[in-house]
Design a protein around this ligand. Structure first.
Ligand SMILES: Cc1ncc(COP(=O)(O)O)c(C=O)c1O
Length: 321
């Protein structure tokens, strides 16, 4: 959003630090806009937060099944938020349509499609920051190159940024890490595209019911799909129990490890690694991935207890709602 404001006012984003961005002078220069987005929670909360700081309006559409807690968190940032009767991908279309009905309506969507690529590319660059910070942290922990990277995907913007970053960073490494993309089974569009193996993405329709709300997206980001199909090594379609397993292993790890509060969409990489390493039925996958005691595995956890009530229900009572 900073990049958009900078672009519209003829500036470089580097020349617009936070205090300038949020100043009344810049607001006057930029004018009044309304930022539209669809979200299953986290992205929309970010858009609403930023619009609030910029003195701009935000309108956010959430898919069927979104929790009232997550809706409220976005509303608390001053946005207009509704839970719709259809899935994330339909909400994206609604946001696009509605943005055209008001003056200065701008779609800030975390997925790309043909003809809408500039803003999602900026969002992917933003996600790349996570990969960069991780690489710096690995370096400081004396891990030059991990053997495996597990990253979760909804539309694939985050995974595309992470896979793109590490592919580039380790392009000269003697042994490159295996890059694993994991999706919620109910919305495994990238996985289906990989299985079809004809270069074309696949779309998953319907309610996309999964506890991994952040990953409940059935239509891939077209830019990410291109990166992932060329550079990811393995695509995994994971049922909800894998996410629950990751949440529990994170929250109650083996003695001596630091507990991590990792929510449904955040925990699925850790859950997957745990399943592969501990369950005999996944031995084939373990061998295929060459995972063993010498592996140095990097997992991304992208959310904490973003819905604390649901987090508690899963962790304490083994319930999904
Ligand atoms: C917690 C969480 N993890 C991962 C993702 C995946 O992002 P993407 O849709 O870019 O694949 C999201 C997306 O909103 C998310 O909310």
């Amino acid at each position: 959003m900073a990049k958009y404001v900078a672009q519209q006012t003829g500036k470089n984003v580097e020349d617009v630090p936070y205090d300038v961005l949020t100043s009344p002078q810049l607001k006057e220069e930029f004018g009044q806009a309304t930022f539209f987005t669809a979200t299953d929670g986290n992205h929309g909360r970010g858009v609403a937060w930023a619009a609030n700081k910029l003195g701009q309006k935000a309108v956010v559409f959430m898919p069927k099944g979104s929790t009232e807690y997550r809706r409220k968190q976005i509303e608390n940032e001053g946005a207009t938020v509704t839970i719709e009767e259809f899935n994330y991908d339909e909400c994206v279309r609604l946001a696009t349509k509605k943005s055209k009905e008001v003056p200065n309506g701008v779609v800030v969507q975390d997925t790309a499609w043909e003809g809408y690529e500039e803003i999602p590319n900026w969002i992917m660059q933003g996600y790349g920051t996570m990969a960069m910070e991780t690489a710096n942290q690995l370096e400081s922990e004396n891990c030059k190159v991990p053997t495996h990277v597990f990253v979760q995907a909804g539309v694939g913007s985050l995974a595309g940024a992470v896979v793109g970053y590490f592919t580039n960073l380790y392009s000269n490494a003697t042994k490159k890490p295996k890059l694993v993309v994991v999706e919620a089974e109910a919305a495994a569009c990238l996985y289906k595209g990989a299985v079809a193996d004809d270069g074309n993405p696949r779309i998953v329709e319907g309610d996309l019911e999964t506890i991994m709300a952040g990953l409940a997206c059935g239509e891939p980001n077209t830019v990410s799909w291109d990166i992932l199909r060329n550079h990811a090594d393995v695509f995994v379609s994971a049922p909800d129990w894998v996410a629950r397993l990751g949440m529990r292993v994170g929250g109650a790890p083996i003695k001596g490890d630091t507990p991590i509060t990792t929510g449904e969409s955040g925990a699925v990489p850790l859950g997957l690694v745990t399943a592969i390493m501990t369950m005999p039925e996944y031995e084939d996958l373990r061998k295929e991935l060459e995972l063993d005691a010498s592996s140095k595995v990097l997992c991304f956890s992208t959310e904490g207890d973003t819905d604390p009530e649901r987090y508690k229900n899963i962790m304490w009572y083994g319930e999904d709602r």
